[in-house]
Design a protein around this ligand. Structure first.
Ligand SMILES: *Cc1c(COP(=O)(O)O)cnc(C)c1O
Length: 395
């Protein structure tokens, strides 16, 4: 049977793999040889589950959104990752990876961050585990995301502003990889999404798959069947989406809808719609769609949402799109903002701007009244209030 999960060589169809500098081969190989054994072991699972329950606050609720259901003519449930400690799904992954790093005897944690959300989630678990934490962040982003920088510092992390290139996420990533090359023996690199060389996409998807595992149980309780008709999630690199679909990925009864950031519109050049506009390339050690110019240079993506403006896309999702297993929609800035205001008014939930892109997909879909739809609210909107307000003033 065809599977959409990773194959033995670290590929999803023609996407994925591990394209890393010679000096990192041993590190990546060590990780590839270790990760499954560790994360499938009884002791790891016990510690991971306990922290997810007592520290993160899992299981996150599956909330039947009554007013939104009426509006869109289906049975709509919201998977509330916004209620997690630190306000988003990212903490599921960083907890898992730091437990793995410890079991691999690593002493030093490095990470890259764009908006700062992954940096905060990493600094949080480093404080929890008493490990050294170094976060690379483009200088432009350091200035734009001041609050998250202060949070990371308060949590004890060292934030290193990167001044090469455009001074954003891509440049921070290059710097993190360079650091890893210099300290391969004692350093563990925590990647924040289903991107990077194999085994990262598979590892991050497995760590986030607690989301779909819970959805199965919660739907069984609420609906007497353990699968929905549709799953909807936003995609930046793809980790909350991968976690949402993981246990359903090969179940063709379940439709998968992915919302990427259209920015100001896919025809405007100011966009982060990588699946619709990207061409095959190598980014961050993986073969996948990349937004690039004719010379193969990576182009700076744009989205109003800092968490979605990644110029690549996880190889899992590139493959789902290429095989038509997923329906990918580009949701523009204004559509996301409108959807965020709608959720706030109808349900009293202020979503993260990223999650608002998933909500923006609802308007573009047709449902039957009996359809069960699960939409993941990947994070809360506290960090985005300024953006919501300034947009509203423009209206
Ligand atoms: C980082 C982030 C995203 C995008 O990352 P994925 O890996 O695609 O999930 C989405 N929502 C929130 C709230 C985030 O912080």
């Amino acid at each position: 049977m065809k599977s959409f999960l990773v194959d033995q060589d670290g590929y999803y169809g023609e996407f994925g793999g591990a394209y890393v500098p010679e000096i990192l081969h041993k590190c990546v190989e060590e990780l590839t040889n270790k990760y499954l054994e560790v994360i499938e072991s009884k002791e790891f699972k016990k510690e991971f589950d306990q922290l997810l329950r007592d520290y993160v606050g899992r299981p996150s609720p599956l909330y039947p959104a009554k007013r939104l259901s009426e509006k869109y003519g289906c049975k709509l449930y919201l998977k509330r990752e916004d209620l997690n400690h630190t306000g988003a799904h990212k903490i599921n992954n960083t907890i898992g990876q730091i437990l793995l790093a410890r079991r691999m005897g690593k002493k030093r944690i490095i990470a890259e961050t764009g908006a700062g959300q992954h940096g905060v989630a990493t600094a949080t678990v480093c404080a929890l585990m008493n490990m050294e934490c170094i976060v690379y962040m483009g200088k432009t982003d350091v200035e734009r995301q001041h609050i998250n920088v202060e949070k990371m510092k308060m949590l004890g992390a060292t934030v290193i502003p990167v001044t090469s290139g455009n001074m954003t996420l891509k440049d921070a990533t290059n710097e993190a990889i360079r650091d890893w090359c210099c300290h391969p023996a004692d350093t563990y690199y925590i990647i924040g999404s289903t991107v990077g060389p194999h085994p990262y996409p598979d590892m991050v998807a497995r760590l986030q798959s607690v989301i779909s595992e819970e959805i199965k149980k919660q739907l069984q309780e609420k609906e007497g069947r353990d699968y929905p008709d549709y799953l909807i999630a936003c995609v930046g690199g793809g980790s909350n989406a991968a976690g949402t679909i993981y246990h359903y990925i090969n179940d063709e009864r379940v439709g998968i809808i992915l919302a990427e950031a259209g920015g100001k519109g896919i025809e405007t050049g100011m966009t982060a719609a990588t699946i619709q506009l990207g061409k095959m390339g190598i980014i961050h050690g993986a073969r996948t769609y990349v937004i690039q110019n004719e010379d193969g240079q990576i182009e700076e993506p744009y989205s109003i949402s800092a968490g979605l403006d990644y110029p690549g896309i996880g190889p899992i999702h590139a493959n789902l799109a290429a095989q038509s297993r997923a329906n990918v929609l580009a949701i523009n800035d204004d559509e996301a903002i409108e959807a965020a205001y709608e959720l706030t008014k109808l349900e009293g939930i202020i979503p993260a701007l990223e999650s608002a892109h998933a909500l923006g997909a609802l308007k573009k879909l047709k449902f039957k009244a009996e359809d069960i739809v699960v939409l993941t609210v990947s994070g809360r909107g506290d960090k985005d209030i300024e953006t919501y307000l300034s947009f509203n003033e423009q209206l």
